[in-house]
Design a protein around this ligand. Structure first.
Ligand SMILES: Nc1ncnc2c1ncn2[C@@H]1O[C@H](COP(=O)(O)OP(=O)(O)OP(=O)(O)O)[C@@H](O)[C@H]1O
Ligand SMILES: [Mg+2]
Length: 444
């Protein structure tokens, strides 16, 4: 019997899971040499080869990261957070070592590897899949942008070899995961905090809604179970960006001055540092035009060493390593009240301390946008916080204490549930795929 497949293509981490018969979901495994994992970093690495003449090699996920880390010269291109460009009308294609790649092609490389890993474990080819989608895509201003994002995602999936594709909201996927061991019905608010987006669904879950899956009959209850969705394009990548802005960019010349051609002091343009806050934009800084500008600024800067540090970072493609250090600091601020950001490469050394209180003041605007989104969803759906039985927090950024606090304040700690941070969506989408297949069988 064919398995029902769920695929979570995440901004930071992807995963693929399947359900056979009415069993529990099983996650595909990936092993790049450091032991098997059930999540696949959504990154790509383009390697030009030793002498720059060899054919281009592309690797994805943990394999891409280990290849990047093992490369002596950091001159390959590591690309991350591709999902965040799906709704962007400014991004169509990018040139990598002289070859143009469309966004759909880049995404397909990641999806193909996920598919292959699942197929290797299942022992047969997959053509049908339920795929998660955020409620609101990053960069989507209106419905037509969301349509564009879905069209591109669909093209990426087709390119990767999937033939029958159904989309489902990611928090609904997480709801199926949450529901799988419930023995009573609940009104649940799902809150999924990822790398690119924070997504919310308000819905009824439990045995009365789940019976369709186990019993094999079509379940009309599902249709009426969903009360509302909303989302914001704010999550872990934004939090990283804030740490970069406040901890790193001042050391690299933000706010520094240089002598203009008329001899008067001017501030180094801030757009350079805005780019730095998104590490996938770092490679833009490496263009010959930008490098010339940076060198010119360094020559005229009153504190040239700060610009020299920035040039070193850009020239050596250290974006991934810097962001890895920043992410480590962010995680430590989830567990403790202070941390240090340490980063060293040749002569470039960063060592700064940071408290959780500072971090929380830097992300206050983002937290407030999350609050407004949650309050708005409840209001539009006609429910008060007291009507909600539980809140299920999932996704990697749900570890951030300020994020948890939003829900503690509204619902109280005893109505909060957590779990499956990196895998709940893939597992739940597989359950959702299984339910759909069972309902279809019952109809025919
Ligand atoms: N302990 C932690 N504290 C703070 N942030 C964390 C922690 N662990 C993971 N994260 C963050 O969680 C994010 C990744 O979460 P997740 O894998 O759920 O996202 P995703 O599914 O790839 O993204 P999206 O759902 O937005 O497409 C990253 O930004 C990561 O830095
Ligand atoms: Mg996610």
């Amino acid at each position: 019997m064919n398995a029902a497949i769920g695929l979570d293509f995440g901004t930071t981490n992807s995963a693929i899971a399947w359900v056979v018969d009415a069993g529990d979901p099983i996650l595909a495994h990936f092993d790049a040499g450091a032991g098997p994992t059930d999540t696949f970093r959504s990154v790509l690495y383009f390697d030009q080869g030793e002498d720059g003449q060899d054919p281009l090699t592309t690797t994805a996920g943990p394999f891409a990261i280990s290849r990047y880390l093992n490369a002596e010269e950091k001159n390959g291109r590591l690309i991350q957070s591709l999902k965040s460009f799906l709704a962007s009308r400014l991004f169509h294609a990018t040139s990598i070592y002289g070859r143009m790649y469309r966004l759909e092609e880049l995404i397909a490389i990641i999806l193909r590897d996920l598919k292959a890993a699942a197929e290797a474990e299942l022992g047969y080819e997959i053509d049908k899949v339920v795929v998660g989608r955020p409620v609101r895509f990053v960069h989507a201003q209106d419905a037509s942008d969301a349509e564009l994002a879905l069209k591109r995602l669909l093209a990426g999936l087709h390119n990767a070899g999937f033939r029958e594709i159904e989309f489902e909201y990611e928090p609904v996927g997480a709801a199926y995961h949450y529901e799988s061991d419930l023995d009573h019905d609940e009104l649940i608010l799902i809150a999924d905090f990822g790398g690119g987006t924070s997504d919310f669904s308000l819905l009824h879950v439990g045995p009365s809604y789940r019976d369709g899956r186990r019993g094999g009959s079509a379940n009309e209850h599902r249709r009426d179970s969903i009360l509302g969705h909303d989302g914001v394009p704010i999550a872990g990548d934004c939090f990283d960006g804030k740490l970069i802005r406040h901890l790193v960019t001042p050391l690299l010349g933000r706010g520094a001055q240089f002598r203009s051609q008329f001899g008067n002091p001017l501030e180094v343009p801030s757009f350079i540092y805005n780019r730095l806050e998104r590490w996938h934009h770092l490679s833009v800084l490496k263009s010959p035009k930008m490098m010339n500008l940076l060198i010119e600024l360094q020559r005229e800067a009153y504190e040239p060493e700060r610009l020299a540090a920035l040039i070193h970072l850009v020239r050596n493609d250290l974006g991934f390593l810097l962001f890895r250090a920043v992410e480590k600091t962010k995680r430590e601020l989830s567990d403790g009240f202070s941390s240090r950001l340490r980063f060293a490469h040749q002569d470039l050394e960063i060592d700064v301390s940071v408290t959780r209180a500072q971090f929380e003041s830097w992300i206050a605007e983002e937290i407030s946008a999350i609050e407004q989104c949650v309050d708005g969803l409840l209001e539009r759906s006609g429910f008060a916080t007291r009507d909600v039985d539980f809140v299920f927090l999932t996704g990697g950024s749900s570890f951030v204490p300020a994020v948890r606090h939003v829900f503690e304040e509204r619902f109280g700690a005893d109505r909060m549930r957590f779990g499956g941070e990196l895998t709940s969506v893939a597992n739940g989408l597989a359950l959702r795929a299984q339910e759909g297949a069972a309902a279809k069988r019952a109809r025919t």
